[in-house]
Design a protein around this ligand. Structure first.
Ligand code: ARG
Ligand code: ZN
Length: 857
């Protein structure tokens, strides 16, 4: 029963008004919904409303109770066969938020009511056409016991007061028509941080951040990020906020990062609460990005929404692109780009290389929840970035302006979005659209020939995309490849130029090239492709030392390191090459001209999961050993320098969360991480000192992570001390679990299994569960891929256990087993067995079933 894009039909009715009346009670909430309905489609079409797990109390039409023969109710729908062309329908249902452990719809978190409706959660709250193209104006009345102090919903508060019996109420009205997935309700005791923002047209918007009682200071950074986001969207995209009030609520139990409900964003507390003692710089950085992301959705998502869920990338890809651009402006473009590309490769390239590969705009699905993927989000953002590269900044802005003007208030499609850029610029973008429909990461190869006598350079580019499930034949895509040239000494020889590779091969000839060039291609990672070139290692060292494009400078270092690790993993270690690499890295570290944050990125070797993508079949144990050996060689070779930097970078002034200070901490932690690979007393004592003196969470985590790498007593003592200090801070305890999940030592799996029965482990909380189980499966390949298969069996067991109450959290773990074809038979067979066991489990959710069966196919 797959849902297909080609089957899209408009809903035959309009819901002119939606009135929701909630009488909140944790285990028996009553919802009375009154819909003003008008037929817009085919005469005689039945009214079919979505509704799941609802206890139906009554149905009435135009004020008259309907007999149960007038409607049909099953597990998914409420159907009224014969309805007039205009009428008012009222339904009353009862739901049980306290029993809702799937965390979709209305549920309880920490004694408070909250909601998550995207994609299809609203249908577990009331009967409604729960699809994104049905937009309606909502009025929401909430009644609850006074103990639930704040009663919040979307839009503006229009009435509130006391009721008898210790109860009170609030009425909210949202003037902007919206689909049901943007509905939100929160009720409970909360502390609030308040501020305001004056928009570019001079309106004052009240800003409120609601957090658990006592946590208000930890909301300040998010509030500041919100104000910066609001100002940025005005300047970068001409987008102004539209309501008089903008609220954010943080909750501890949340399946995802955050949600852009109109005027009432709801956040996982891990992406909202931060102070230097309990949050790392990475947490601050993510909070800033996610606050911006959800705020930016107000235009790209809410004012203009998706016609159907196949268009998910319309709002997500564009919004990710917008938040990445914001972060680049706030924190530095090169460092941001490197981090974004690292994430893209780690998550999206891996997805594209496996059985779950799908286009940025898929054409069918079983559960839309399974499509909130790196492909739709991150590759979706890359497509927008390429569009901007191809069109240029001003033309891109003209296209986005047209989009906002033309489609405001609509539920639209990716085609309509692209048409705005074509119409605004007069460019034909019909070939470009294939980026949305074709899955898989293109491979691009580059070969260059320099003719010294003629002083010409010929560059040949070739593209190919391997087949992916359901797409055996691939076409050529328009790939923007930004190319510049350096000379052999690293001096610039030719500025960047965008070459568009839009056929399977293309050759460009450049004249007037004065000396043998070093080609710097795909600068800034101008397209989401895998590039291979005919460059010699010597060229790589030139780029690593001097490429003015910092992305490619970093990339050159990563490529050199990757090739050394792969050679070692294949049994042919290049020791001379390793020394040379360490030497070059040392020079980069003392380069006065580059930022500490950039140097920190240079220090980090390609991760084990990334390396696994470059080895066929992937041997996790060999990669782990080879990577470790290179780390050790660097640590030995650069020991004095790393220790000196580690000492010099120790902060002497008070903590500041700004990007420059964060970069210095990151570099210092990077030094500690490398020194941990050469664990003699001098280094171990230094790292222990780092841990004991840590006055902020970034320093503490950097040292603790290094100590976990070292293992033994140093690790055990530090972990115990950390637990004692932080056992009452859930967000910090999540980090403690996650660190242990990354433990590389031989006994790690046994420790992880033991941690699942730790008194602080709570499998019903997604943050805690993911910290341990998902971190282990995705970031500790050497231990997850234990030759005995015990890691796979552990994961399969956890998937099934969680699936019983939270299918979405369970489904996201399937991917870790999905790559079984890329491993040697001894491992792959056991992975597949674990997966088959999951797929065969009686009562499995659709979510897990869809992914497990695709992975087995
Ligand atoms: N729209 C939210 C965001 O990107 C995420 C919602 C996730 N929902 C889901 N069913 N996976 O900010
Ligand atoms: Zn989003």
């Amino acid at each position: 029963q797959a849902i297909r894009l080609v089957d899209y039909r408009p809903f035959p009715f309009e819901i002119e008004e939606t009135h929701l009346h909630f009488r909140l009670d944790p285990s028996a909430t009553r919802v009375v919904t009154t819909l003003k309905i008008r037929r817009t489609g085919e005469a005689g079409a039945p009214l079919v409303l979505n509704g799941e797990r609802l206890k139906l109390i009554s149905v009435s039409m135009d004020g008259h109770a309907l007999d149960s023969s007038a409607y049909r109710q099953d597990a998914e729908f409420l159907t009224l066969e014969a309805v007039p062309d205009a009428f008012v329908l009222t339904t009353e249902v009862e739901i049980d938020p306290a029993a809702n452990k799937a965390l979709m719809g209305l549920y309880m978190s920490g004694g408070r009511f909250c909601t998550q409706c995207e994609a299809e959660g609203f249908r577990t709250i009331t009967y409604f056409p729960d699809r994104p193209d049905v937009l309606s104006r909502y009025t929401v009345r909430i009644e609850a016991d006074q103990a639930f102090q704040h009663l919040l919903s979307n839009g503006n508060l229009i009435d509130s007061g006391a009721l008898g019996g210790g109860r009170h109420y609030a009425v909210w009205n949202d003037p902007f028509p919206k689909p049901a997935y943007l509905f939100a309700l929160v009720a409970g005791e909360l502390d609030v941080l308040e501020d305001s923002f004056v928009t570019m047209s001079g309106r004052t918007v009240a800003l409120k951040v609601f957090v658990d009682p006592g946590q208000a200071p930890r909301g300040a950074y998010a509030l500041d990020a919100l104000k910066r986001s609001m100002a940025w969207d005005e300047q970068a995209f001409g987008r102004e906020y539209d309501l008089d009030l903008f609220m954010i609520v943080a909750v501890r139990d949340f399946n995802f990062g955050a949600m852009e409900n109109k005027g009432l964003n709801i956040f996982n507390s891990s992406l909202l609460l931060a102070d230097p003692e309990t949050a790392t710089d990475l947490d601050f950085e993510r909070i800033e990005a996610v606050v911006a992301h959800e705020y930016f959705h107000n235009w790209t998502g809410n004012r203009i929404t998706c016609r159907d869920w196949f268009q998910l990338c319309l709002k997500e890809g564009f919004t990710v692109f917008r938040d990445q651009s914001f972060s680049a402006d706030q924190r530095g473009a090169a460092v941001q780009r490197i981090k974004d590309v690292k994430a893209l490769r780690a998550r999206q390239f891996a997805e594209d290389a496996g059985p779950l590969a799908h286009p940025v705009r898929p054409s069918s699905y079983l559960k839309i929840d399974n499509f909130y993927t790196a492909t739709i989000y991150e590759k979706g953002a890359e497509i927008i970035r390429m569009l901007k590269t191809l069109l240029g900044d001003d033309a891109f802005r003209a296209g986005s302006d047209l989009y906002f003007e033309r489609h405001d208030g609509q539920a639209t499609t990716v085609e309509a979005f692209i048409a705005c850029f074509a119409d605004a610029t007069g460019r034909d973008l019909s070939d470009f659209f294939a980026w949305y429909e074709q899955a898989g990461t293109p491979s691009v190869s580059l070969a260059s020939t320099y003719d010294a006598a003629a002083r010409t350079l010929e560059i040949s580019l070739t593209q190919a995309t391997a087949q992916t499930p359901g797409q055996p034949a691939k076409k050529a895509l328009p790939i923007p490849v930004t190319i510049g040239l350096l000379d052999a000494n690293g001096a610039p020889l030719r500025d960047s130029e965008v070459v568009v590779l839009d056929t399977s091969t293309k050759t460009v000839r450049w004249a007037g090239i004065a000396s043998t060039p070093v080609v710097s291609a795909l600068r800034g990672f101008s397209a989401p492709v895998n590039l291979t070139t005919d460059a010699r290692p010597a060229d790589g060292y030139v780029l690593f030392a001097a490429d003015p494009d910092l992305f490619n400078r970093w990339e050159a270092g990563q490529t050199l390191a990757r090739d050394l690790i792969l050679a070692r993993a294949a049994g042919s270690a290049d020791e001379v090459g390793e020394e040379r690499y360490a030497e070059a890295l040392g020079r980069a570290l003392v380069d006065e001209a580059s930022e500490p944050a950039f140097k920190a990125l240079l220090l980090a070797l390609p991760s084990e999961p990334d390396l696994a993508l470059a080895m066929e079949p992937a041997d996790p144990a060999a990669l782990h050993a080879a990577r470790r050996a290179l780390r050790t060689r660097i640590a030995v070779h650069l020991g004095d320098l790393l220790r000196r930097l580690h000492g010099e970078l120790q902060a002497s002034s008070a903590f500041s969360a700004d990007a420059r200070s964060a970069g210095m901490r990151a570099l210092r932690n990077g030094c500690a991480d490398l020194l941990a690979a050469d664990p003699h007393a001098l280094n171990v004592d230094r790292i222990v000192g780092h841990f004991e003196a840590a006055a902020n969470m970034t320093d503490a985590m950097g040292a603790l992570s290094a100590l976990v790498q070292i293992g033994g007593e140093a690790r055990d003592k530090a972990l115990a001390a950390f637990h004692t200090k932080w056992r009452h801070e859930p967000l910090v305890l999540d980090k403690w679990f996650a660190l242990q999940a990354r433990d590389p030592s031989a006994s790690a799996l046994d420790r992880v299994i033991a941690l699942t029965t730790h008194e602080d482990f709570d499998a019903t909380n997604p943050n805690r569960f993911r910290a341990l189980v998902s971190t282990f499966a995705n970031f500790n390949p050497a231990r997850f891929h234990d030759p005995s298969g015990a890691g796979y069996r552990f994961l399969a067991e956890k998937i099934l256990a969680v699936d019983a109450y939270n299918p979405m959290t369970a489904a996201r773990l399937v991917e870790a087993l999905g790559g079984w074809r890329r491993y040697p038979d001894t491992l792959g067979t056991q992975m597949r067995e674990a997966l088959s066991g999951v797929a065969a489990h009686p009562g499995l959710s659709k979510n897990v079933l869809e992914l497990a069966s695709k992975a087995l196919d």
